[in-house]
Design a protein around this ligand. Sequence first.
Ligand code: TMP
Length: 212
Amino acid sequence: MNGRFITFEGTEGCGKSTHIKLLAERLVALGHKVKTLREPGGTPLGEEIRHLLKHASAGRDMTPETELFLMNASRAQLIRDVIRPALDAGEIVLCDRFFDSTTAYQGYGRQLDLNMVRRVVDLAVGPLRPHLTLLLQVPTALSEARCANRKRHQAEPDRFEESDRDFFKRVEHGFATIAAAEPERVRVIDSSKPLEIVSSEILRCAEQLLRR
Ligand code: TMP
């Protein structure tokens, strides 16, 4: 495996999509081959699962356990069909969310047993680990304001965005706990700073990784 695997994490409205796009553009301009993916999703099967998880009326009353399995079903497919082959070919893979989201949302947010969550994730992921994870943090009020704004422009309701404040507080705490436990892999970025400052910091982290 010659490539580099970089994941982006954070709560809703933390600016991940914008910064992934900016980093991808900059890395391509520097001559790198870059693949940008998202979870859940990223394969035809994964995108169907994403729809079930987020928008389908059939998913409305889904149990936390079902949610855990569906997230990891999408992930198992994405890793084998796309991520591993891209890394083997020496590409840089940028992924909008990965297994830390499962720990934060299904473990801390939905309050499933963390060891059980880890076992399901291990089955889906095997030995693959991100080389670098960028955790984008924003204050809860900003995240809520961005979410409310997004909702106004959305055609379909999003099951996650309808969760209550306590859920998102637990998710935030989950991400902070993961970052504290793995400071080498997980870099915390203050995403409430101006866009240019945040994107430069992200590029700096990526360049450090590429030099290693
Ligand atoms: P997003 O692409 O807008 O971030 O939406 C994905 C949603 O799925 C988001 O609310 C977080 C959630 N999610 C989990 O709950 N667990 C996971 O493992 C992943 C990848 C995402």
